[in-house]
Design a protein around this ligand. Sequence first.
Ligand SMILES: Cc1cc2nc3c(=O)[nH]c(=O)nc-3n(C[C@H](O)[C@H](O)[C@H](O)COP(=O)(O)OP(=O)(O)OC[C@H]3O[C@@H](n4cnc5c(N)ncnc54)[C@H](O)[C@@H]3O)c2cc1C
Length: 380
Amino acid sequence: MVAEAERRDLNVRVAGSGHSFTPVVGTGGLLLSLAQMSGVRSVNAAKKQVTVAAGTRIHDLGVALKGLGFSLINQGDIDAQAVAGAFITGTHGTGIKLPCLATSIAGMRLVKADGSVHVVDGGNQELLHAAQVSIGTLGVISELTLQVRDAYNLHEHVWRDDFETCMQRHDELAATHRHFGFFWCPTPQSRHMYCIADTADAPRSTTKKTADVCEMKVMDISDKPAMDTPFEKIAYSSEIYPMVYVPNFHELEYAVPVQHGKEALRAVRELMLTKHTNCIYPVEYRFTAGDPAWLSPFHHQDSIALSVSGQPGLDYWDYLRDVDAILRRYGSRPHWGKMHFLDTDDVTALYPRANDFRALRKKFDPKGRFLNDHMRMLLG
Ligand SMILES: Cc1cc2nc3c(=O)[nH]c(=O)nc-3n(C[C@H](O)[C@H](O)[C@H](O)COP(=O)(O)OP(=O)(O)OC[C@H]3O[C@@H](n4cnc5c(N)ncnc54)[C@H](O)[C@@H]3O)c2cc1C
């Protein structure tokens, strides 16, 4: 189909599961869905690597890995995405020592514009690091080889603390747990906008405040048997990571260098409490370790992934622009799948390997067959 698109002079993009907030998918040409290309294709038990079809949903991969005695190293807040779609935008979970999911890509099979196949593997580290976060601009990925680890259970604790307690315990909680992250909720309604459980009476809660609080979550590897109370749970890794989101939201997220995380959050909080008081979606605050992928928002930079959301139907643009202005002060880089205001020059300034990537992209796809307007502006 890719070769046929070339013959008909059509651009090509692939839809994962359509969970990106940015126009990274659309095309007026050929839009492919690999949803039917799903499942584990092979397992290398010695290397702890699995090769999966690119359209496999993360949820389905978790189920398959559990059966194989493996787990993904980390996951994000939902598991509805296609593996390729999620991993190649730099999707991440939380954990000060855990890099984004793309770093577990050990290889991939890429269909190039002329329909030929290029295999990327660890033999060419430069190409691997370019391809790990490439937002569909090098070709169609038909399968991915992922580094996994032996299956593990996670023990999750959720509780509520007031904002200052959270700030005081920030470093300690990040250092002493495999995963630590929190949502700051400016109003009592805020947590419902993200379907966060009401932890008011949670045993570890130190406050009964309902406004301006942080919903805190830690997760650690556990060998204890499964348990499930309202605010504590132990289960297989992939059954712990995902949350449930029901209401819709439009999210902006930037990776803030970790040393500026608390200051950036304080500035965003002040903005929400004083200027944009109608913007009440929680702020999500997560940790991600730096990695070598050329276009990773965490490129060689341990970071805080700080996100805010606008309510669909409201004019939230002034709010998002104000948040963008704050986060830019720290040299923060956006999540490619979440709203941002970057242009060509910003990408060049923020990503030391941006021009290397553009040159490589042109080598792989000289006619820009795999670009759309948005990707051409950023990486063309
Ligand atoms: C409710 C919600 C929760 C989220 N939670 C998190 C989170 O916890 N952490 C986080 O980091 N992000 C999160 N995200 C963002 C999300 O993980 C990313 O936007 C991700 O890219 C979406 O995956 P997808 O399968 O929907 O891909 P799409 O949005 O469909 O595609 C993403 C990109 O990948 C390309 N692509 C997809 N498949 C292929 C392929 N086979 N070959 C070549 N290119 C391909 C597409 O063309 C596009 O450029 C969340 C989003 C939502 C809506």
